[in-house]
Design a protein around this ligand. Structure first.
Ligand SMILES: Nc1ncnc2c1ncn2[C@@H]1O[C@H](COP(=O)(O)OP(=O)(O)OP(=O)(O)O)[C@@H](O)[C@H]1O
Ligand SMILES: [Mg+2]
Length: 263
């Protein structure tokens, strides 16, 4: 089981869109048993797959641990397996959230934030997921400190516009601050690319130049800016269930991750 975090401290670059479509692609196209862990308080990746129900969520596990920490007796133990929403699609389950405030405070009060998710998600080790795709919120938060420590690798979507390209270094600065190796960044996904625009082409070249010495980093083919991609999410569908051309934008990303997942 590999844990893949989708992160960029910049907002609106396509993290949630990529999470939903990568998860759906791995599950529906390639048959990988996949779990999407939604750690974006807006729950965009869950919603874009039609998951609106938050009755079961990762919060239940944190609330229970918080109660234990305060020395309260927990009568009916909640298990992680009871928090997962199963069969959102064939091979695709979702573990979503009901807001992140309480989780954020729990982690803030924990000395070893780097061990929190390993403990909370320990039961996943016994389940048969090939991959956990984790949607992270933007910016530097205690939850992101903890989840970036937990993941095996990070995928960074980058919008092909100047400000986003200039901000790439912020991800590495964050990893350094957390004392995590820069090699955790394995995939770069240029997003919202418009091949008709010279500026977008220039920014794509700049992305490739930035990573030319990072030999372990895979830069996938750019994902074009397509209305059908947004439209699919708004209908609670992945692109694979909505529009062939929009889906084809994610195929290469899915294949690159599948290559990485091979034993
Ligand atoms: N390739 C694309 N083509 C068209 N629209 C896109 C594309 N990628 C993302 N979008 C749209 O851009 C918006 C922002 O995307 P998304 O919510 O995935 O970004 P995010 O990085 O998760 O944002 P946040 O930082 O707020 O969590 C959404 O409306 C989404 O549908
Ligand atoms: Mg998001």
């Amino acid at each position: 089981m590999k844990r893949l975090g989708i992160y960029n401290n910049k907002g609106g670059v396509g993290k949630s869109t990529l999470t939903a479509n990568l998860g759906a692609g791995l599950a529906l196209k390639l048959g990988y048993k996949t779990l999407i862990l939604d750690l974006d308080s807006q729950r965009d990746s869950s919603k874009s797959l039609g998951v609106l129900d938050v009755e079961r969520a990762i919060n239940d596990i944190f609330e229970q641990e918080e109660a234990r920490r305060k020395g309260r007796v927990v009568a009916n133990e909640v298990k992680l397996k009871d928090c997962i929403i199963y069969n959102v699609r064939e091979n695709l389950d979702v573990l979503t959230n009901r807001g992140l405030k309480d989780i954020e405070s729990y982690i803030k009060e924990t000395r070893r934030y780097d061990l929190v998710f390993g403990k909370m998600l320990i039961d996943l080790e016994k389940m048969d997921y090939g991959c956990i795709v984790i949607d992270c919120g933007p910016s530097q938060t205690s939850i992101n400190d903890a989840i970036l420590s937990y993941v095996d690798c990070i995928m960074v979507p980058i919008q092909t516009e100047a400000a986003s390209v200039e901000a790439i270094g912020n991800v590495y600065e964050y990893l350094t601050m957390l004392d995590l190796p820069s090699s955790k960044v394995k995939f770069i996904v240029p997003n919202m690319f418009d091949s008709r625009l010279l500026d977008a082409k220039r920014n794509l070249v700049r992305i490739h130049e930035y990573f030319k010495n990072h030999t372990h980093v895979v830069i996938t083919e750019p994902i074009q800016r397509k209305v059908k991609i947004t439209e699919a999410g708004a209908h609670g569908k992945s692109t694979f269930e909505h529009d062939r051309k929009a889906a084809s934008q994610f195929s290469k990303v899915v294949e690159s991750v599948a290559e990485y997942l091979k034993p």
